[in-house]
Design a protein around this ligand. Structure first.
Ligand code: C2E
Ligand code: MG
Ligand code: MG
Length: 710
């Protein structure tokens, strides 16, 4: 570079440009070359020269922070000209740089010949200092703000409910952790910083953590989250959700982890699960859980070629407990029943409540089918001891139906259905019994269902008819009354006994309509015969126990009597002992009202049920009908004793007695000798249709009628 160019550059420097003698200075200046990234000087160097940049650019920085850029035409390091100034910043070439060096010694000699130069030098230097000061101040302010912000931020971090960790991405060493982290885990912050993140979990090896974070590091995912048990210093645990992010903004990159305590959420989830899967009263598995478990058991049984037993259990007399003690006590009763089955089961078995008074036992890995009977018997035995409720003892029994996978059903629905069918069979047998499912039961149920459907149509199609069986006086041999017995002329020609279809009608509520029809028909018959023969015969109509459930039963029958225009004394109601005893309150009330209307009351099948004799005094009874079973077995001395007993009670109470099902002359003679008042049975006549029975009552109507045995 020639002198002229150097001079031109010197003239660009503010504190030199107007000074004379610059050309002499220019001759002493040297040109310097600085390759890119090379340092012109470093912070702390002793300054010996200043530089005017002729091409390229430089950056000035302090502690990694760039505080200025200097480019062509600008100068740098002027402070060095005044005494032994230590460099307060570093200068490094950002490109290749050419610069003119003004060494201190030449500058000082130039000044000595140019004292006028001091003034502009000082002016320039002071203004540059001011500017630098301003920069430094604003830098400081920024720094202060940064510190404030950091403090605020760490306050916030310490204040959050979550734990926050900053981790080394290679070792998972905890670099920093917020206050909550040390509070939750019971470590000091120092202790935490000596720990790796995975060590604060129950089940998390470093390898497993790396695996979880792979997608994060490979940037396939912005965040990774997982649940685990967080481990405190004292070894205890709590459930947490961990969310992890990877930050490449930092150099080197860091991992941020936020750990949320989810104990409450888990507790709530468990509570909800409990509600969904457990019965709230007994705490036993409910239908949902039972189905779940059975599903698993069936899959296992298929794999291992074993069997699963399903024991469907229904309480036999729960309705009585509920009715007599109220629902609350009923609930307590169920809880006590549930408690009894806690111990006797294996832990792989399930004992659950299906609802109401129905329970179930699932018994997996059954090897020997014979064991099932033992198991079912054990269920019955467990109920042997009475339960105590409100200071009273209650005896309760189960009816148990058993179905076995796979032979009695391959899926849950079929197994449930078939075990419940078997349970109903056990119930029908009188309860406190178990039944193993047989496929014939299924057919029975199916035909029962068809029967029920047929029954619904029977009334409309006028398929019912009444037959009549005479009630005969032991003393005179005369017909003193008739019993109306319903017959169903099924369109298929099947003969279906009322002993079969009446119970079905009772279960399906059809009984009320059938019962009403029977009364209408019997009353109509009384009136028809009265009109035709000018004399009336008393007809006994059977009343089902279910009919007591109708609140207006008495009114209904009264209005039938009225509309047929007959005298109520020709009507008799036959109601079984069992029907009365299982509806005792309603029965006493209704029977009293019937009696007040003038209707006769007979207790049917007496002796076959359980009458508390005390009730006999409360019931407005006219006649006791001795149950057929005692008559057919009257060669047996104990049966004779019972018949004698019944007759004795009747006579004491002022009731009449009638023997049902008398088939032989021996039976008749015996009953006569015991003092029975009337009899009924095939010996005299089978139940006959109206058109035939008239010939027995009014024999003149047909001469050829077979003579009765009198
Ligand atoms: P129940 O009222 O005790 O009727 C007596 C049953 O014994 C009748 O059976 C009758 O045919 C039968 N029987 C009569 N004499 C003899 C005999 O000497 N030997 C034998 N082995 N049996 C004899 P049925 O007609 O089959 O009725 C059965 C049951 O069905 C009746 O027992 C009654 O409880 C019920 N029932 C019949 N008709 C009606 C009705 O209209 N309404 C209601 N609710 N139930 C009825
Ligand atoms: Mg009867
Ligand atoms: Mg009877």
């Amino acid at each position: 570079m020639n002198n002229k160019t150097t001079l031109e550059f010197l003239e660009k420097v503010d504190f030199l440009k107007n000074l004379p003698g610059l050309d002499t200075l220019a001759t002493n200046c040297k040109e310097e070359f600085l390759p890119q990234k090379a340092f012109l000087f470093k912070e702390g160097d002793i300054g010996e020269a200043m530089y005017i940049i002729t091409s390229g650019s430089l950056e000035v920085f302090k502690e990694n922070r760039v505080i200025a850029n200097r480019t062509s035409g600008e100068y740098i390091g002027e402070m060095a000209l005044l005494g032994n100034q230590i460099r307060s910043a570093s200068a490094r070439a950002t490109t290749d740089v050419q610069a003119i060096e003004i060494r201190k010694e030449y500058f000082l000699s130039f000044l000595s010949t140019n004292p006028m130069a001091f003034l502009p030098l000082f002016q320039t230097l002071t203004s540059r200092w001011k500017e630098d000061l301003k920069n430094i101040n604003s830098d400081n302010l920024e720094l202060k703000n940064q510190i404030k912000l950091n403090q605020r931020f760490s306050l916030l971090l310490d204040d959050t409910v979550n734990e926050i960790f900053i981790l080394n991405p290679d070792t998972y060493q905890i670099i920093q952790a917020n206050l909550k982290s040390s509070q939750n885990l019971g470590y000091t912050r120092e202790e935490l910083s000596n720990t790796t993140f995975n060590e604060t979990f129950q089940d998390l090896s470093q390898g497993e953590l790396s695996e979880k974070l792979q997608n994060l590091v490979k940037k396939k995912q912005a965040q990774v989250s997982f649940e685990n048990q967080h481990k405190r210093k004292d070894g205890s645990n709590f459930p947490v959700e961990v969310r992890i992010q990877y930050s490449e903004i930092e150099d080197p990159p860091l991992i941020y982890a936020i750990v949320e305590d989810i104990s409450d959420r888990k507790a709530m989830e468990n509570h909800i699960k409990h509600l969904a899967f457990y019965d709230s009263l007994t705490e036993l598995p409910n239908r949902n859980l039972i189905k779940d478990r059975l599903n698993i058991m069936l899959a296992q049984a298929t794999r291992t070629n074993t069997k699963v037993a399903i024991l469907f259990m229904g309480l036999d007399n729960f309705k009585n407990v509920n009715d007599s003690l109220g629902h609350e006590a009923g609930d307590q009763f169920l809880v006590q029943v549930a408690n009894r089955f806690e111990k006797p089961l294996r832990k792989e078995d399930t004992f659950g409540r299906l609802g109401g008074d129905e329970f179930i036992i699932l018994f997996p890995a059954l090897k020997n089918e014979n064991f099932v009977a033992k198991l079912a018997q054990r269920v019955l035995d467990i109920m042997d001891q009475p339960l105590e409720l409100k200071g009273k003892q209650f005896h309760s029994t189960f009816s148990v139906g058993v179905a076995i996978f796979p032979q009695d059903g391959k899926d849950i629905e079929t197994l449930f259905k078939n075990s419940s069918i078997a349970m109903y069979q056990a119930k029908e047998s009188g309860g406190n019994a178990y039944r193993l499912y047989e496929s014939s039961m299924h057919d029975k149920i199916m035909s029962r269902l068809t029967l029920e459907q047929d029954l619904r149509k029977a009334l409309k199609n006028k398929e019912f008819e009444l037959h009549y069986q005479p009630k005969v006086s032991m003393r005179t041999g005369e017909i003193e009354g008739l019993e109306a017995l319903i017959r169903w002329n099924h369109p298929d020609g099947k003969e279906i006994s009322p002993a079969v279809f009446i119970p079905i009608a009772e279960e399906s509520q059809i009984i009320n309509k059938i019962g009403e029809w029977t009364f209408i028909e019997a009353c109509r018959q009384i009136r028809e015969w009265q009109q035709k023969y000018d004399s009336a015969v008393k007809i006994g109509v059977n009343l089902s126990g279910r009919q007591f459930d109708q609140p207006n039963l008495v009114e209904k029958i009264n209005s039938i009597i009225k509309s047929e225009g007959i005298d109520a004394k020709y009507l008799e109601i036959e109601v079984t002992e069992t029907a009365i005893m299982s509806n005792i309150k309603e029965a006493i009330e209704a029977l009293k009202q019937f009696r007040e209307l003038g209707i006769h009351i007979s207790v049917d099948d007496f002796g076959s049920g359980y009458t508390s004799l005390g009730y006999l005094t409360k019931l407005p009874i006219n006649t006791l009908k001795i149950d057929q079973s005692f008559i057919s077995g009257c060669t047996d001395s104990s049966n004779i004793a019972i018949i004698q007993g019944i007759i004795a009670i009747s006579q004491k109470m002022g009731f009449q007695t009638i023997a049902e099902g008398v088939e032989t002359r021996e039976q008749l003679n015996l009953l006569k000798s015991l003092g029975c008042d009337q009899f009924q049975g095939y010996l005299f006549s089978k139940p006959l249709p109206a058109r035939e029975i008239v010939h027995l009552i009014w024999p003149a109507q047909k001469a050829s009628i077979q003579a009765p045995p009198f």
